[in-house]
Design a protein around this ligand. Structure first.
Ligand code: SF4
Length: 65
């Protein structure tokens, strides 16, 4: 089953950390919020999932199974 990464737009403060560290998963939009451009790296790697979640200082990144 594939997982889905999401950015909660209400929580994102636009710090850019996720896009800096994982530019193949996130990019910053014009309104300075992050958006997910690809979820594929998240498959079958729970440690990496946790790393991705932990990047965000405001816990705006969510991963759904
Ligand atoms: S790390 Fe969190 S707050 Fe910073 S840009 Fe990414 S989603 Fe937004």
């Amino acid at each position: 089953m594939s997982k889905k990464i999401k950015v909660n737009q209400n929580l994102c403060i636009g710090c850019g950390a996720c896009a800096n560290l994982f530019p193949n998963i996130f990019k910053m939009k014009e309104d300075n919020k992050a958006e997910v451009i690809s979820s594929e790296l998240c498959e079958e790697d729970e440690k990496r999932d946790q790393e991705i979640i932990d990047i965000c200082p405001v816990r705006a990144i969510e991963i759904e199974e």
